[in-house]
Design a protein around this ligand. Structure first.
Ligand SMILES: [Fe+2]
Ligand SMILES: [Fe+2]
Length: 358
């Protein structure tokens, strides 16, 4: 009863301001983005609050904006959403009764006043994903050279190269031509190195009181990108119970193996990943060949893939595999580059990290 009364009072307090919502839109080129603050039902009330051609800069500004999201903008503001300090209690109240437009249910009420601003697509429909945001989406660079190969010259390079080549044998025997299943399973492994490397660089940065040169972010981006590959593939292929068991076992072994390897020799660890990515490009090319020959049905692309890679609405599996393959080529470059930096006797932070390299 008390909760109902309190909710009713809060609604009255904030009824006018809760009508304000974020609307997100992309301008051309796609890397440029414009955020507008719009009062629902009043198209003329739009205020451009921020514009950025750089996705990453945009991301940082966005989160600052979110921190004051429940404050309505001043009439003439064109650079900030709500620079003024508002009443913190009112903010919490507004957030706790935040209602998503078009939904009948009130968002989960929280004492902490946490709620996500409404985000819409360019066409005005509600942004359907919580697992990634519009500013994390991108168009894959399909012009990247897929055939580039790092020639193994040193002993460590040869160890990395032949380790990967040997690992391919049991993988080929297990999956044969089930490329969808193969991709899904291997993406569960591919997301590990970036996370381990990023984590270890993060800890090093804390330990040594030094910057990472952007490499923490670059490696974590790679891990997240690989996880999105998995989230896409799992929409197309559902793992069987024994495949799930295999993933648990492989993750346990590979995480610890890569963790120790990165501690002992980051130069070798990055080289191994570089060669793994070369193999991934090869596997996705075989996948595409089977799609072209009609041996694998070219089904419609999952919705998550269309939004993540900004694909056309009628995109197909072939389009999805093509952009994933391009991603793998970028990972190949990043990891061989990282290994080369170590080979030159330098630390990663001495070379600019390829943040946002897709
Ligand atoms: Fe991948
Ligand atoms: Fe990759």
């Amino acid at each position: 009863m008390h909760q109902l009364l309190a909710r009713s009072v809060m609604r009255r307090l904030v009824s006018s301001s809760t009508r304000n919502r974020f609307m997100w839109s992309l301008s051309s080129p796609p890397s440029a983005a414009v955020i507008v603050w719009k009062e629902v039902g009043k198209p003329s009330s739009e205020s451009v609050v921020m514009m950025s051609g750089q996705k990453l800069g945009f991301c940082g500004q966005w989160w600052r904006m979110m921190s004051s999201a429940s404050e309505p903008p001043t009439k003439n503001s064109t650079s900030t959403v709500a620079g003024k300090e508002g009443d913190k209690e009112a903010k919490r109240s507004r957030a706790s009764v935040e209602r998503m437009e078009g939904e009948d249910e009130v968002a989960v009420s929280s004492y902490w006043g946490i709620s996500r601003p409404k985000i819409t697509k360019q066409d005005g429909s509600v942004w359907p994903w919580n697992c990634f945001m519009p500013w994390e989406t991108y168009q894959a660079d399909l012009s990247i050279d897929l055939s580039k190969h790092h020639l193994p010259k040193t002993l460590l390079d040869k160890v990395a190269y032949w380790t990967v080549k040997l690992l391919r044998i049991p993988t080929d025997l297990f999956f044969k031509k089930r490329y969808g299943c193969r991709a899904m399973m291997l993406e569960t492994v591919a997301g590990v190195p970036g996370m381990v490397g990023g984590m270890l660089l993060h800890l090093r940065s804390l330990r040594k009181f030094e910057q990472s040169g952007g490499w923490i972010k670059a490696l974590l981006e790679e891990a997240e990108n690989e996880r999105m590959h998995l989230m896409t593939m799992v929409e197309l292929v559902q793992p069987k119970w024994y495949e799930r068991l295999l993933v648990i076992a492989v993750q346990g072994a590979f995480f610890n193996f890569y963790f120790v390897l990165y501690l002992l020799s980051p130069k070798l660890a990055h080289r191994v990943v570089g060669y793994l990515e070369e193999e991934a490009i090869h596997s996705y090319t075989l996948y595409l060949n089977d799609i072209d020959r009609g041996e694998i049905e070219n089904v419609p692309a999952p919705a998550i893939a269309i939004d993540y890679w900004r694909l056309p609405k009628d995109a197909t599996l072939k389009d999805v595999v093509t952009v994933i393959r391009a991603d793998e080529a970028h990972h190949r470059d990043v990891n061989h580059f990282a290994s080369d930096i170590h080979y030159q006797g330098k630390r990663l932070q001495e070379a600019a990290a390829p943040i946002g390299y897709h």
